[in-house]
Write a protein that binds this ligand. Structure first.
Ligand SMILES: Cc1ncc(COP(=O)(O)O)c(C=O)c1O
Length: 272
């Protein structure tokens, strides 16, 4: 257990030199990380795709438990990193970080987010047959994602949504995206190379019980733009309503009922 001020990575860890590390972010409710097994399975998959040594799952779970116990923060963010280790060593480094839930999330949930669409320039199905593009992999090579968030803020919005060529909707820099028309919820299909969000899977399971039908596919931006409501999903931000897209009001311009219902269902699942 180390103090956050204490350096823990070697300067030649490939996570730093080349962004060769897999990571996971989970939200901790009442001291328990939500869906830790699912996050660990995704971490193992990401590590394999990046070409890292196999993830030691039991060690990850043990370290997560120890870090949370030491942090004594019932509501927190837990991040796990599995890096390539020092250059040429073949010995991975495992890190667990516990941090605070970002402030202002509930404020943002109440007012709803403004999104801007940003082109990635990829053919929509390219990542399905180009594994070297690491579609659906959660690696620390997130500089493009962070640059997209910064671009969104520069344009006066809160976040971005990525588009493939043909204006096909993909995902946000750190979220999956959803929208609703009547009782049907739309969300991009995993075949588009987006991240298989743990929250996304939780919402798909919850949607049926709430009377929604979920359709996954390749949908154009205009479809999202003409929806009745939209929202994003992620472990830390949970279900976050979207009220504006590219400077235009989306739906009624206020957080919608599906976002509210699914947020309640997610919380219920998390604290049960
Ligand atoms: C690119 C991307 N898409 C989607 C998500 C949402 O995934 P999850 O619900 O597992 O947090 C994330 C989360 O970090 C992400 O980075």
């Amino acid at each position: 257990m180390v103090d956050p001020d204490e350096p823990v990575l070697a300067a030649d860890d490939e996570a730093l030199l080349r962004g060769r590390a897999a990571f996971e972010t989970t939200r901790v409710y009442d001291g328990k990380p939500f869906k830790l097994d699912e996050h660990l399975a995704r971490l193992a998959g990401s590590a394999q795709r990046i070409g890292l040594p196999p993830v030691e799952l039991e060690e990850c779970a043990e370290l997560a438990r120890a870090a949370l116990e030491a942090a004594r923060a019932p509501d927190a963010v837990l991040r796990l990193y599995w890096t390539a280790g020092r250059e040429g060593s073949g010995k991975p480094t495992l890190l667990a970080l516990v941090s605070m839930i970002p402030p202002h999330l509930e404020e943002l949930r109440a007012r709803g987010m403004k999104l801007v669409s940003l082109a990635l320039g990829l053919q929509a199905d390219l990542r399905a047959f180009a594994p070297w593009l690491l579609g659906g992999v959660k690696s620390t090579s997130y500089a493009v994602n962070m640059a997209a968030e910064a671009e969104a803020r520069r344009r006066g919005a809160d976040d971005a949504v990525f588009l493939a060529s043909g204006d096909v909707v993909l995902e946000g820099p750190v979220t999956n995206i959803w929208w609703r028309l009547g009782p049907i919820l739309y969300t991009p299909a995993l075949e588009l190379g987006i991240l298989a969000g743990v929250t996304r899977a939780t919402l798909i399971a919850a949607a049926g019980e709430l009377g929604y039908e979920v359709r996954e596919g390749a949908f154009p931006l205009a479809h999202l733009g003409s929806s009745e409501e939209a929202f994003t999903s992620s472990s830390v931000r949970e279900v976050m309503p979207v009220v504006e897209l590219d400077g235009e009001r989306l739906g009624a311009g206020m957080p919608g009922s599906a976002a509210r219902d699914l947020q309640a269902a997610l919380r219920a699942a998390a604290v049960s």
